[in-house]
Unconditional design. Structure first.
Length: 106
DNA sequence: AGTCTGACGGTAT
DNA sequence: AATACCGCCAGAC
């Protein structure tokens, strides 16, 4: 059998599918793939050098916890450029920007 | 091989 | 409301 997709690949694929102007959470991705949020953190963190829009992944409170990984335009700036309003390191109106991979992908 | 950590999440206290 | 702890999993030491 050919190489199966690893969690790493699946996670990256989902992150790539997040539309502009939307955000999702580690937990949502984890649930979608039936894996632990820890694995999502691991994979996304490890993917920080790959061209995936990881700045659209926030924690369940809409907080930009991964902002330390984005130094050029900060994570906040990138999200702001997508018409997302950031207030005190968190996504304002988080629920209205939330993109759930379970709901959106089925 | 044991221990700690990580951009988390949920439950218990 | 705030804290503590557990689950879960790969990686670094």
């Amino acid at each position: 059998m050919p190489q199966e997709f690893s969690d790493f690949d699946n996670i990256q694929e989902i992150v790539r599918l997040i539309p502009e102007g939307k955000v999702t959470t580690y937990g949502a991705i984890a649930k979608c793939l039936s894996i632990s949020p820890r694995t999502v953190v691991w994979a996304i963190r490890k993917s920080s050098t790959t061209p995936i829009p990881a700045h659209r992944v926030v924690n369940r409170n809409g907080e930009l916890t991964g902002s330390r990984a984005f130094e050029n335009p900060s994570m906040e700036t990138r999200l702001t450029n997508e018409n997302i309003v950031i207030e005190k390191n968190s996504v304002k109106n988080f629920e209205s920007y939330f993109w759930d991979p379970l709901t959106q992908l089925s």
